[in-house]
Ligand binder design. Structure first.
Ligand code: NIG
Ligand code: FE
Length: 414
């Protein structure tokens, strides 16, 4: 039997119904419903409106009515569209060495870098990896992230990539958050592979891709396009094969050098993520395409590097999502709201642009159209912040956490 629940009155509800995917947004353009109510039907939103107007409808449906007695601001549940939260081990030593002025090479020679996490992750049992993902996903949920993308990429062999993706699938059924998995077998060429970059990618696409389909482990393929990882010439055939098999493409692009965003545009990727090194050329190219640009301020903060030119991307008419990149190496913090707020201060983004970047535009970066906005028929994923004005959320730079997180129509209990 479908259950109905009405919640309200909510001081300010920000539905984001009319905010487009591309371009700059002014705070004045943010729709606000005052004294709002949300009528929930099962796991979806039945109606959004003024609380007093919804009461009659709620009574007719025998809805449970939850009356709120203090100020609340309601946003859609946040979406973290880029994480690597399936891993084992710590890279605190890399962090200390980097901050002490050691080079990338020196860190790698001391046993650090991505390969260290690959080694640790390969040693971990599948269930142990799943437990780590569940724990991190539950942490995200408390901070209002109701959907998180999770990449593999620390396995780097058919068996080990499968272990990671199976553990993400297990984790997805054991947390209330929705986890969207992505295969990042194209992270780096593993040290123990007997062959070159092309041969490795060929093995992954011919052996791993069919199993991903068969076991429904993911419908997304990612690769790190960068000097020292995979060059555009290596990656085109890999992405073409993935596209032919019906996978969505996403790219780690322009983190240190350009080239990746051009690949993303040419292969018709859903998103190009990082973009710290993107120049005017790449910004224009992305803005004229349907590729969502994903800024990862957590990686800039973790590495002490420049931020993605988010302002320029928006002003050029591009689509900007913001994600945490939570991973043990470059982005260990894993706090989306803090990082998105900080990106706002450095890049002069309006609060509306930051909010869209972690809700409706982040949903677009995952090719999901059932979340990221509050509207009839959308998932009932939303956050209630105990404050009277939406500006307070970003002003507190991640310190103001939601007092209530609702996921698929259920209140998540801490
Ligand atoms: O998105 N850029 C490449 N990959 C990750 C880092 C992974 C790691 O350092 O373990 C990123 O920043
Ligand atoms: Fe990443």
């Amino acid at each position: 039997m479908t259950t109905y629940t009405l919640i309200g009155p909510i001081t300010q509800l920000i539905p984001l119904q009319k905010i487009g995917i591309k371009g700059a947004i002014k705070d004045q353009d943010l729709e606000i419903i005052e004294n709002a109510g949300i009528l929930i039907e099962g796991e979806n939103i039945h109606t959004i409106g003024v609380f007093s107007d919804l009461k009659e409808k709620a009574n007719a449906l025998h809805a449970e009515i939850i009356e709120l007695h203090t100020d609340y601001v309601c946003t859609p549940g946040f979406i973290d569209a880029h994480t690597h939260i399936c891993f084992s081990g710590s890279r605190a030593n890399d962090y200390a060495m980097r901050n002490a002025g050691r080079s990338y090479l020196e860190i790698a020679e001391a046993g650090g870098g991505i390969w260290d996490t690959v080694t640790q992750t390969r040693k971990a049992e599948q269930q142990l990896l799943a437990d780590g993902v569940i724990k991190r996903a539950n942490t995200l949920l408390k901070r209002g992230i109701t959907t998180a993308e999770v990449k593999s990429g620390y396995g780097l062999s058919v068996t080990e990539e499968l272990k990671m993706l199976r553990s993400i699938k297990t984790a997805n059924s054991s947390t209330a958050a929705d986890l969207v998995s992505t295969c990042l077998a194209g992270h780096i060429l593993p040290k123990d592979f007997d062959g070159d970059h092309k041969a490795y990618l060929e093995e992954m696409s011919t052996t791993l891709f069919p199993i991903l389909k068969e076991e429904q482990l993911t419908n997304r393929i990612d690769a790190f396009v960068e000097q020292g990882a995979f060059l555009p010439s290596d990656i085109y055939p890999y992405f073409e094969k993935a596209k032919q098999m019906g996978f969505d493409i996403t790219v780690h692009a322009d983190q240190f050098n350009t080239g990746g965003s051009e690949v993303a545009v040419k292969v018709g990727a859903i998103s190009a993520d990082h973009l710290e090194a993107s120049t005017e050329n790449e910004i224009q190219m992305l803005a004229q395409s349907n590729v969502i640009s994903v800024a990862l301020p957590g990686a800039s903060i973790g590495l002490g590097c420049d931020f993605t030119p988010a302002r320029k991307i928006l002003d050029a008419g591009g689509a900007l999502a913001i994600a945490s990149d939570w991973n043990p190496g470059s982005a260990p913090m894993g706090d989306l709201l803090t990082q998105a707020s900080i990106l706002g201060t450095f890049q002069k983004l309006s609060n509306a642009e930051v909010l869209a970047g972690i809700t409706c535009r982040a949903a677009a970066a995952l090719n999901l159209d059932d979340r990221g906005r509050l509207d009839s028929g959308m998932l009932a994923d939303f956050n209630l912040f105990e404050t009277a004005h939406v500006h307070e959320i970003f002003y507190h730079q991640g310190k103001l956490l939601p007092s209530q997180v609702w996921k698929r129509g259920n209140l998540i209990m801490n």
